[in-house]
Design a protein around this ligand. Structure first.
Ligand SMILES: N[C@@H](CCC(=O)N[C@@H](CS)C(=O)NCC(=O)O)C(=O)O
Length: 372
């Protein structure tokens, strides 16, 4: 019986129960085998919700329910962006919004991860400068993102993901597919943008951007999730080999090219960057992407710092929120919730160190446009 006035915790209850059955010394083999089989069953159950897989155990990312927005049917001043700081897909949209200078046109509410894996809104803190921080829901004061999704005509029962663009007047989801959103932000609102001349997907580079996306999305952006969410050794082996051969290929390419498509930053770079910035902090450890860290690559690390140092980008990167979002809230992959220490080469001061990648540019155009 508990001698304190506190109610018995689950640990107390388990200890009392096992003491009753086996006395003070529970046979360790029995404990391990019992917990192992029940944990394994529960783990597969949780993973099937979090990360659906095919029969071979490979993660299969669910498709977005609201892709392909039609820019001609949109009034930019009625749109609101829902995002979150840990999420690499939402991060893409925050970067393009900042680079295009659309902050005054498309307001943003920043959700925080909840303990049950869904997105919640918390009270606003006080931002330092232009740094993005978690916010309340600025449109409705909703407690969760699900509440917002459910307000659409006809309701909604699907996955409530970020990023999501919402039409405040029509009360409708405009789009929840990140690549479609960044294309929209890049070219859809130039009459309102502070940087209308910055084109992150110019027609002459479209084909090369698509070529890189065909490598970066499956093998790297989604590739890290295919490693972390693999439910069989074979699925993991395939994913991790594809991931590192893509990173090696890109590292080689970047030895002679400032960005993926040459001198100009494009949407392909934005998509690669949001995975790279999380790589050593999270994916290397938690998703078992262990062959190498970004800091060990000759060109990728400088390339990542080059993009981090573009005016407006660092303000979208909350390194602590990224680490917390994965280690503290992705329960099935880190049940103890312990957050490892931040690797020093990934912190803000190191990311600001000189990268000398300007020397690879044959023109300074992309940087000039952004600095104007
Ligand atoms: N294909 C989507 C993926 C978005 C996505 O998976 N977002 C995650 C956060 S990183 C999410 O909101 N998950 C919540 C859920 O699945 O309920 C995109 O690129 O926008």
């Amino acid at each position: 019986m508990s001698t304190s006035n506190h109610p018995p915790t689950p640990t107390h209850l388990i200890t009392s129960f096992t003491n009753l059955l086996w006395g003070k010394s529970l046979p360790p083999q029995l404990l391990i085998s019992t917990v192992r089989s029940s944990w394994s069953t529960l783990w597969h159950l949780m993973m099937s919700q979090l990360a659906p897989s095919d029969p071979s155990g490979s993660y299969t990312r669910p498709i977005s329910q609201f892709p392909n927005p039609n820019p001609h049917q949109l009034t930019p001043t009625t749109l609101h962006l829902y995002a979150a700081l840990p999420c690499p897909w939402a991060h893409r949209t925050l970067i393009v919004r900042a680079l295009k200078g659309l902050q005054h046109v498309i307001p943003v509410s920043i959700a925080s991860p909840g303990l049950d894996g869904s997105w919640e809104f918390k009270d606003e803190g006080i931002p330092i400068g232009d740094k993005l921080i978690p916010t309340r829901d600025k449109v409705y004061g909703a407690k969760t993102l699900r509440e917002v999704y459910k307000m659409r005509t006809g309701g909604y029962d699907g996955r409530c993901t970020v990023p999501m663009v919402w039409d405040v007047v029509k009360k409708e989801v405009v789009c929840n597919e990140s690549y479609d959103i960044i294309e929209l932000l890049n070219s859809g609102f130039n009459d309102f943008a502070h940087n209308p001349d910055l084109d992150l997907a110019p027609p002459e580079l479209k084909e090369r951007i698509d070529e890189w996306n065909r490598i970066v999305y499956p093998s790297i952006n989604n590739g890290v999730y295919r490693c972390g969410f693999a439910q069989s050794q074979e699925a993991y082996d395939t994913a991790v080999n594809e991931l590192f051969s893509a990173l090696n290929k890109i590292d080689g390419h970047l030895s002679g090219s400032r960005y993926l498509c040459g001198d100009k930053l494009t949407l392909a770079d934005v998509c690669l960057f949001t995975t790279l910035i999380r790589f050593d902090l999270v994916y290397n450890v938690m998703f078992k992407c262990t062959k190498k860290k970004v800091v060990e690559y000759q060109n990728l690390y400088g390339y990542m710092r080059d993009i981090y140092q573009i005016p407006g980008v660092a303000e979208t990167c909350d390194l602590d929120a990224m680490m917390d979002g994965y280690y503290k809230f992705l329960f099935p992959l880190n049940p103890g919730n312990i957050r490892p220490v931040m690797p020093s080469a990934s912190d803000h001061e190191f990311l600001l160190q000189s990268h000398t990648r300007e020397s690879l540019s044959t023109s300074q155009q992309s940087v000039q446009v952004l600095a104007s």
